[in-house]
Design a protein around this ligand. Structure first.
Ligand code: C2E
Ligand code: CA
Ligand code: CA
Ligand code: CA
Length: 279
């Protein structure tokens, strides 16, 4: 099964049309159990500053450790979770676990932020900002060490409610990242007035910068746009040293991708960081 936009970690769950409505009821019932039985796990992928190569943050990426199917990638169950509303308790679980794991790396002397992906459903649900505040307080974590990644499509939901929720979470001091920038139905007006601290350029553009002038032009423009808005810019899906080198020269702030580190559970993820020496 090819996940959304072709990102695949482990190929195990090859049920025909896992993201198809017919499969959703089955997946929904199982997913409810998965939450109860604690079958979800988080993998973390590092995000590094391109100038110093230091790890700035770890992004939490959810997986389902299924008793029969093995490790199921998020693209196979998140559509059902979104459709059923289970994404709301699922995200709460992810936030709580990510903040707990972060306490682990803080104790190990690392000040890395943690990034958590949130869906439009979360931002539309009443009380989401209060939940984030409560979870931060519960963990004793400074809000600045949490970043919420929001895709452009989330911004296209109930715009007013979503924007209000984003504003409230940002007011706590939590970072706001626009994920997969450029991939969706980008409306630049969504950016106006949003307290964005980070823009992540979609892998679809990043992967081709080494040899495609159009991708290069787009990535350069997004870097300029992000900086013009006072936000930092991160390139996702960096797989080659060539791309990494180009991004440094283009003035990109941060990079993430298989070249730098693949997603893995904490604490196994830490020793796998292989930040390339690029000069
Ligand atoms: P995303 O937020 O854009 O995350 C990046 C995805 O690309 C991840 O796939 C990651 O494993 C993969 N990736 C990272 N570096 C590279 C690279 O260099 N090359 C390639 N080809 N792929 C790379 P993953 O873990 O399968 O997640 C897929 C999507 O599922 C995520 O895309 C995100 O939108 C969603 N997701 C994952 N975890 C959560 C979660 O806890 N909550 C929500 N709401 N969504 C999540
Ligand atoms: Ca993300
Ligand atoms: Ca992304
Ligand atoms: Ca992506």
């Amino acid at each position: 099964y090819q996940g959304k936009r072709g990102t695949v970690d482990v190929v195990v769950y090859s049920g025909e049309g896992a993201g198809h409505p017919h499969q959703w009821l089955v997946v929904q019932a199982e997913l409810r159990h998965a939450l109860e039985r604690d079958e979800l796990i988080l993998h973390y992928q590092p995000k590094v500053g391109v100038t110093d190569g230091d790890v700035h943050a770890l992004e939490a990426l959810v997986r389902w450790q299924h008793p029969q199917r093995g490790l199921v990638p998020p693209g196979d169950f998140l559509p059902a979770a979104e459709h059923s509303g289970l994404i709301v308790p699922l995200t709460e679980w992810v936030l709580r676990r990510a903040l707990a794991d972060q306490l682990g790396w803080t104790a190990a002397g690392q000040s890395w932020a943690v990034s958590v992906n949130v869906s439009a459903r979360n931002l539309e649900a009443p009380g989401f900002p209060a939940l984030v505040a409560a979870l931060l307080a519960e963990a004793g974590t400074a809000p600045q060490r949490l970043v919420l990644e929001i895709t452009e499509t989330a911004l296209a939901g109930d715009v007013e409610t979503v924007e209000r929720a984003i504003g409230e979470v940002a007011a706590l001091g939590v970072g706001i990242s626009i994920d997969d920038f450029g991939a969706g139905y980008t409306s630049l007006s969504h950016l106006r007035g949003l307290p964005v601290t980070e823009i992540k350029i979609d892998r679809a553009f990043v992967k081709d910068v080494a040899d495609d002038p159009q991708s290069r032009a787009i990535v350069r423009s997004v870097i300029a746009l992000a900086h013009g808005l006072g936000s930092r810019v991160t390139a996702e899906g960096v797989e080659t040293a060539e791309v990494y080198r180009w991004l440094i020269e283009a003035g990109c702030d941060e990079a993430q991708g298989y070249l730098i580190g693949r997603p893995a559970p904490w604490p196994q993820v830490a020793p796998t960081f292989a930040v390339p020496t690029v000069i």
